[in-house]
Design a protein around this ligand. Sequence first.
Ligand code: ZN
Length: 297
Amino acid sequence: MKININEVVTRDGFQMESKIPSIPYKLKLINQLMAAGIKHFELTSFVHPKYVPQMADADQLFAQIDRRSDVTFSALVLNQRGVERALDARADELNVVFSLSETHNLKNAKATVSESMDFVKRVIQLAPIPVNVCISTAFGCPYEGIYEKERLMDVYESLVEYNPSSISLGDTTGMANPRQVEETCSAIKSRWPNLNVGLHLHNTRGMGLANVLAGIRGGITNFDSALGGIGGCPFAKGATGNICTEDVVHMLEQMGYETGIKVDNLIQISKGLEQELEKSLPGQIMKAGQSTFTYTA
Ligand code: ZN
């Protein structure tokens, strides 16, 4: 079975970093990741630099990337200004994000959930490029706790009617457990079998890889992840890293799933990222090596 990875290191990954990598470094990183087999990137976000200074270079970054016909560069947007900037920058795809939590949505998007839903609807109607909608804090939020599944399903039903290219579920602060993920994904896939659904998982509580498998059991084949396992949301209390790309790819390849991505390359790129950020990263395979590697005694 083929599993698709959307690399979010330059967006979700870098938005929490105090040391902001330069554009030349980001370009080098993207090229290395493309050479490793990554075909889908969430490159950056078009948000106000006052709130997320790490993404202030979004327009310039998009202008300088090496475009490839088989690689998609997506841009995260939260408002109309962001949509306009992303379209001007020739993003291949928009990722419109809003939070299922009223508290988190007010902090992150400065809007109520219903205002954000209206905005999402307009973007899908008007955008000339594919639109993914990401429901962040889809399983629970640090301000409002873990939700009943129905809360998500009601919003999901409205979104499906807007007819976006895909809808992903964000576990922004790593609160979802594998049973919750499998039940939710199964419910969505059995109700809308042809819908393109993705998972955006964080490993905040160590449930990240288990949730990937739970998602696959629930019929999901699209996952966001970040090299080295860095990342998090500056507007969600206690948020930490995304699931780690090389750890996810390693696990899936060992299990016989196809990702089209070379783990050895990822390990080298992740070590380079560690040097660039001058700190130890949460990823585990970059430290231990692949499980198929054997040492001479
Ligand atoms: Zn995230």
